[in-house]
Design a protein around this ligand. Structure first.
Ligand SMILES: O=P(O)(O)OC[C@@H](O)[C@@H](O)c1c[nH]c2ccccc12
Length: 260
């Protein structure tokens, strides 16, 4: 069993526990549930933003502890002020150190799109995302059937949420593509064995139909890489560790964007 299998097994328990604690009705009655999510596309293509989707991530299975003290409200505000087009907030508890309140805290002080970064396996999690004030959900091709991707995408879009599909190779891309998506992300990290290779993005970019926003995800640590990814056709760049591993992620992103 690889790490992804373990995460999905645990996720099923986590979702079952959450359902027992908070009803769908409660989610639908939450303050944010009826807000209109921001358009991912609008912010990603805005000329006064950088295309960076800046991630708040305390730990990961591949790196262990990345940052145990950073404050989610403080860091996401600094990301926003530095010109991030969107925020990504990890909500997985056991493997990424997320807290269920993290999206709420980021939402309270930021007026740009927020991605609920998690392993979505159940419609209930999409309702949670809406209830917490997220704007975008992630669907990971390697853990979902094409039917699930289509159904979850449709369900999310019905709630006004934006949908980001994550793929790692051509086979996943070809089998998963469907109309209920806004953006397609190429993950440069293989979630099964943690190997990283930016070349994955360059290899797949031209296979993504132009109607979708194109995002390169993971292992980006150099502004020069962003320039090259832009030339190749990418609209967005998901960066976590490069900022979070520093003492001050807000300062790190500010210095990074001056070199773009
Ligand atoms: O920290 P990095 O290497 O900049 O990567 C960020 C992001 O792409 C990564 O956290 C990620 C991409 N896809 C995921 C799916 C689940 C959890 C995490 C991820």
């Amino acid at each position: 069993m690889n790490i992804l299998d373990k995460i999905v097994l645990r996720k099923k328990e986590e979702v079952a526990a959450a359902k027992a604690l908070v009803s769908v009705q409660d989610l639908e009655n939450s303050v944010h549930f009826n807000r209109t999510p921001y358009s991912f596309k609008e912010f990603l293509l805005a000329k006064d933003r950088t295309g960076i989707i800046a991630e708040f991530k305390r730990r990961s299975p591949s790196k262990g502890l990345i940052n145990g003290i950073a404050d989610v409200a403080e860091v996401t505000q600094a990301y926003n002020a530095a010109g991030a087009s969107a925020l990504s907030v990890l909500t997985d508890v056991d493997f990424f150190g997320g807290k269920t309140d993290d999206i709420l805290a980021a939402r309270a002080t930021n007026h740009i799109p927020i991605l609920r970064k998690d392993f979505m396996i159940d419609e209930y999690q999409i309702l949670e995302a809406k209830a917490w004030g997220a704007d975008i959900i992630l669907l990971i091709a390697s853990i979902l059937t094409p039917q699930q991707i289509n159904d979850f995408g449709k369900f999310a879009k019905g709630l006004g949420l934006n949908v980001l599909l994550e793929v790692h190779n051509l086979e996943e891309l070809e089998r998963s593509i469907c109309p209920n998506l806004d953006a397609i992300g190429v993950n440069n990290r293989n979630l099964g064995d943690f190997t990283v290779d930016i070349q994955t993005s360059f290899d797949l970019v031209n296979k993504i139909p132009n109607e979708f926003l194109k995002i390169s995800e993971s292992a980006i640590s150099n502004p020069q890489t962003i320039k090259e990814l832009k030339v190749a056709g990418f609209n967005g760049f998901l960066i976590g560790e490069n900022f979070m591993k520093t003492d001050n992620p807000g300062t790190a992103i500010r210095e990074f964007v001056t070199q773009l």
